[in-house]
Design a protein around this ligand. Structure first.
Ligand code: GLP
Length: 230
């Protein structure tokens, strides 16, 4: 899965060296990042002109906190390839004027011509980025309250449920759906219901990933366990 995802991402970069990539965190894309690092080390791919925008960040975590997505991205990927510092963007969980920061983040994505390829993971409740199941979903980058299910799923990175920030910054649904191509990665039976509801259910804000059915270029890279309810 990781190799396939990396090859698709690499092909995007080879075809358009100044591609704008939307990047995800979590355990799922780690293997893909490692494959891309290997390709870089073998001189097969060059990141010097790519621009990246991450999906999300925990609200209130400084970038040097090992649980922040800044820390994850620096240590999992950015420090190991030749991306320019000024070309990687992650929402700032510590921004003073948070609403203004969200608006500026959105504006920067637009100014770079939008996302060419968006990498997505998914949580069992169908959230993408940190767009949680709700009656109404955010259109643009904004502050999001985490659901109990996500707190449960992600508290493994924080030792206990009490330590995980309950709010995050996430790009909105329209921001994701405006990407030219989307790659959704999922593995394991915990993701099976979410994958079924993503591709074969109704379009429902209670399953944010179901909105991907409105997009005309989504590729799912999933294993048999995640696909077992299809
Ligand atoms: C977090 C991120 C999501 C990501 C998810 C999946 O919640 N905000 O963007 O998809 O983790 O995590 P994992 O791949 O570890 O299952």
């Amino acid at each position: 899965m990781s190799r396939k995802a990396a090859l698709m991402t690499a092909s995007q970069i080879i075809l358009k060296p100044n591609s704008v990539l939307g990047l995800a965190t979590g355990d799922t894309p780690r293997g893909m990042y490692q494959e891309l690092i290997n390709m870089y080390k073998n001189n097969e791919i060059d990141f010097s002109d790519i621009v990246t925008f991450n999906l999300d960040e925990y609200y209130g975590l400084p970038p040097d906190n090992p649980r922040s997505y800044h820390y994850y991205m620096e240590n999992t990927f950015f420090n190991k390839i030749n991306i320019k510092d000024e070309n990687s963007h992650i929402p700032d969980g510590n921004a003073k004027e948070i609403k203004k920061h969200c608006r500026e983040y959105e504006f920067k994505i637009k100014n770079h011509g939008g996302i060419d390829l968006q990498i997505l993971g998914i949580v069992s409740n169908g959230h993408i980025g940190f767009n949680e199941p709700a009656d109404r979903l955010n259109v643009k980058t904004d502050i999001v309250e985490l659901s109990e299910e996500t707190i449960e799923a992600n508290s493994r990175f924080f030792n206990s449920k009490n330590n995980i920030p309950k709010r995050t910054i996430s790009v909105g649904m329209a921001t994701i759906l405006k990407a030219k191509r989307i790659l959704l990665l999922a593995s394991g039976s915990k993701k099976a219901e979410a994958i079924r509801d993503t591709v074969s259910g109704y379009i429902d804000p209670k399953v944010p990933s179901s909105f991907l059915q409105l997009h005309n270029s989504v590729i799912l890279i999933i294993d048999k366990k995640a696909a077992k309810l299809l």
